[in-house]
Design a protein around this ligand. Sequence first.
Ligand code: THU
Length: 133
Amino acid sequence: MTDPLVTAATEARERAFAPYSKFRVGAALEAEDGTVIAGCNVESASYGLTTCAERVAVFTGVARGFRCFKRVAIVADTAALTPPCGACRQILWEFAPDAEVILANLTGRTERFTVRELLPRGFDAKQLAREEY
Ligand code: THU
């Protein structure tokens, strides 16, 4: 049976706005209370202002009042499963450091990682606090 989080990411992918790259991505986050928040990539004619599905999902979740996420599913139509880019790993680290990351494609193949595995020694608010050393 397909994980409902993967299904939510697959459905979000259908809403991607990717007229330039034609590369559609969906992401779905599971908040601590089980709420699912989805995002898709949204491209800009400027190219550089494009935002990935993962960040759209995290920012949507934060805007809806969630600050911490347990799992994230990322779906793209690729044989080699699509992992989050560096910028998205940073944002996931800040809002979901302990989260499980499920990569999936449209055939149902999945691979699982943790955010911590994908971004070891991530930068976050701890450094900004300039603790004594
Ligand atoms: N993209 C994502 O949305 N997430 C990823 O994990 C990789 C890349 C998007 C950004 C851009 O719209 C398109 O895929 C091609 O890079």
